[in-house]
Design a protein. Structure first.
Length: 193
């Protein structure tokens, strides 16, 4: 069976579009790493290297990334509903439940019924949990300081601004919406206090 003309044209258009994008990326290669695929690759490699430092730091503390993230969010935000913690640490409902179960079995946190919604559970650090995460967080902060010590304070501010800008834009593209103006992530000339 021969393909129809419309299918051939659509297929050709698709491959032409890919070829045009590839040529654009290839032709901008000499322009100081400005093409999007190159920027993505550098961002990915840098994130991976920093993540490996973070994982090594956490493993040295006897905590996994998920356990550390849950305890850290409770340290900084106080008691929270299980689903809120899951959203903040980017875990599915099943994964956050398993993490909470694991930490509760170790005596590091407790769950109680929410006074506002009896279906919801509020998670709170225990004293041993607070002691562990305070100690772990301080050590982790020192380890991450060392990993990022190559950047000066003003470079860190600029990096955070640019990463937020790129992240918000990319996220809006996934959701198919026009992002709110990114002016709130305006260039700062003085460090934030």
């Amino acid at each position: 069976m021969k393909p129809r003309f419309a299918e051939i044209r659509q297929s050709a258009s698709f491959y032409l579009d890919i070829e045009l994008k590839w040529n654009l990326a290839r032709n901008t290669k000499g322009k100081k790493d400005t093409n999007a695929p190159r920027v993505w690759m550098i961002l990915w490699k840098a994130a991976r290297a920093v993540e490996q430092n973070a994982l090594r730091s956490l493993n040295g503390l006897g905590l996994g990334l998920t356990d550390f993230a849950v305890l850290e969010i409770l340290l900084n935000k106080g008691p929270l509903p299980v689903n809120t913690i899951g959203k903040k640490v980017l875990l599915t409902s099943g994964s956050i439940t398993a993490a909470i179960d694991r930490l509760e079995s170790k005596g590091l946190l407790t769950r109680t019924a929410s006074p506002d919604d009896l279906r919801a559970r509020i998670v709170k650090l225990t004293e041993p949990g607070r002691h562990l995460i305070e100690k772990a967080y301080a050590r982790h902060a020192c380890d991450m300081e060392k990993a990022l010590s190559i950047l000066k304070a003003d470079e860190r501010i600029e990096l955070v601004r640019l990463l937020k800008k790129a992240g918000l834009w990319a996220s809006s593209q996934l959701e198919g919406e026009t992002p709110k103006p990114l002016n709130r992530i305006a260039r700062r000339t003085t460090p934030a206090r």
